[in-house]
Structures are given as C-alpha cells and as structure tokens.
Design a protein. Sequence first.
Length: 107
Amino acid sequence: MKGVRNTANQSESPKLIPPHRVALNMDQDINQPIDVIVVFQKGRMVPVRFRWDGKVVRIARVTGRWKTNQGTFEVKHFAVIDQDSQFCQLSYKERTAEWFLDKIWLE
C-alpha cells in the first residue's frame, strides 16, 4: 500500500496519508436503542434481526456473548455479524427490558 488519498476537504488538493497512519479497522460507538427479534435455543436468547435507523438488519451469526452487571441487574452483550458482514455489538438491559446497538466496526 503506497498511501491513501485524503479527500475530506475538497477545496484543498488531495494529500497522501502514509500507510502506517491509515486505520483499517475501527469501532464506532452508537449507543442507540433498537428493536430486536430473538429466538430461544436450548434456553439461550439468540438475536436474529434488529431495526436501527428505520432499516431491518438480519443477523447472520452470533460470534460472542457475555454478561455484565448494572447494579443488581444483568446486561447481556452479543457480538454479531450482519447480512452484509458488518460486525456489531448489541446489549439487552434486563432492568429496563431494552436493547441497544452499542458499536459497529468500520473498515
């Protein structure tokens, strides 16, 4: 990779960004409420679709799950890959029975 053109400011001539300064993968905090459809498999909650910003997103695979505590209540976290191979992190807050899109990973 020789470099990437920075075209953020179109009024200036494009500049090359050295390859070591290009972030190939980064996450973006979203932290927005979402609607989620889940199924239960062997007693485990498995998200299969969610709606964010008016768009329905199909979950292709759950790649990880973990729990944290918010006071005396659990928060269930899910790392997922959607139908477009986008990595996302979802969470279900037991205390309020709400789902959130926490993060997405960008390439």
